[in-house]
Design a protein around this ligand. Structure first.
Ligand SMILES: [Zn+2]
Length: 248
């Protein structure tokens, strides 16, 4: 099957599964496809494991995109795909303990939220979101996921330019765009999402059943997060994304 034909088939299949899911919303999370635990990073039943853990359709679309990029000598490498609740909790708590040495808990939480999601809310729990680098170039020293590595003459600029033109063909979009009007997390030129699937996850995240399950989670700093704080967090951070990724 040629690429165009494949993409057409894949897109149609994507639309089909979305229609199927919307009828399953009647049963809330009784969908065989997505459970509350999948959204919270507490279950891996939605993932496919090959070289990295990803949501099943996301994995297939990524393999196609990776093969196409290789033709231009760009070696797409995922440095972070699926992330469990436990891992997000570790990251969060490490930062929280560090920041509360010099700040109030509220200030610490606000500081962490510049880049890191509150445990149980991360798009990386869904397996649809990936942090990308180009493995074909000499990696810069230190932290790879820095904005300066993705622009100008930097190591991952060629990859970034290629993604800008081609990633949508495979269903991948930048989430935290460089847009002054966008609220929430800072600009992340490395973070892409598989839109056909991620839109469904985002929609499910607005359901009461998800919020009730999230309320039961435990991690450092959570006692400072009131219901109204979380409402504002989901509105400004959860929905502070590339507008093309908003569920219809
Ligand atoms: Zn990311």
């Amino acid at each position: 099957m040629n690429r165009k034909r494949f993409l057409k088939t894949t897109v149609l299949a994507g639309i089909g599964s979305q229609l199927q899911l919307s009828s399953e919303f009647i049963n809330f999370f009784n969908s065989k496809d997505i459970t509350v635990e999948n959204l919270l990073g507490l279950s891996q039943s939605h993932l496919k494991s090959e070289f990295i853990l990803l949501e099943e359709e996301t994995y297939q679309a990524f393999c196609l995109m990776k093969a196409e990029a290789l033709k231009e000598d760009i070696a797409l490498k995922i440095v972070s795909g699926y992330r469990s609740f436990e891992r997000q909790k570790e990251i969060w708590e490490w930062k929280f303990k560090h920041f509360v040495e010099t700040k109030t808990p509220a200030e610490a939480i606000s500081e962490i939220m510049t880049y890191s999601s509150i445990p149980g809310t991360s798009r990386h729990h869904w397996g649809t979101d990936i942090d990308l680098i180009d493995e074909s170039v000499l990696a810069p020293g230190g932290d790879l996921l820095l904005r300066e590595h993705y622009h100008g003459d930097a190591a991952f600029s060629k990859m970034k330019t290629w993604m800008k033109t081609h990633s949508s063909d495979f269903g991948f979009e930048l989430v935290y765009t460089r847009d002054e009007r966008r609220t929430g997390f800072n600009y992340e030129p490395w973070h892409y999402t598989y839109a056909p699937k991620a839109k469904t996850y985002l929609k499910l995240q607005s359901r009461n059943k998800y919020r009730k399950a999230w309320n039961k989670l435990e991690f450092e700093g959570k006692s400072y997060m009131s219901d109204s704080f979380m409402d504002s967090y989901f509105r400004n951070y959860g929905l502070g994304i590339n507008p093309s990724l908003m569920p219809s």
